[in-house]
Design a protein around this ligand. Structure first.
Ligand SMILES: [Zn+2]
Length: 91
């Protein structure tokens, strides 16, 4: 490491090893540790996230569905499934 203190404006991506502006790296806020995006650039992060999603397709879909239901209907998956079953019976 350089002993001269300079404001760090760029760093190397631990994935593609390219030196990039700090703005090219994802912020740690909210994402800390989840995909380990702090040390890799946005491009690599997107790639990694895509691979993660592909590998964990089912669990990601289940989680996203749960989040969707919670956000838009403010209900949990359990409640939704019960409502869905009840509506089905009434048809
Ligand atoms: Zn990278």
């Amino acid at each position: 490491m350089d002993s001269i203190k300079v404001e760090v404006k760029e760093k190397d991506c631990s994935q593609c090893s390219e030196i990039k502006q700090l703005s090219e790296f994802g912020t740690a806020r909210g994402m800390r540790g989840r995909y380990g995006c702090n040390s890799i650039c946005r491009k690599c992060c997107a790639k990694r996230t895509a691979i993660y999603r592909e590998k964990n397709r089912d669990s990601v879909l289940v989680k996203e569905r749960a989040r969707f239901l919670k956000t838009y209907y403010k209900i949990s998956v359990d409640v939704y499934e019960r409502m869905y079953a009840e509506q089905k019976e009434n048809i």
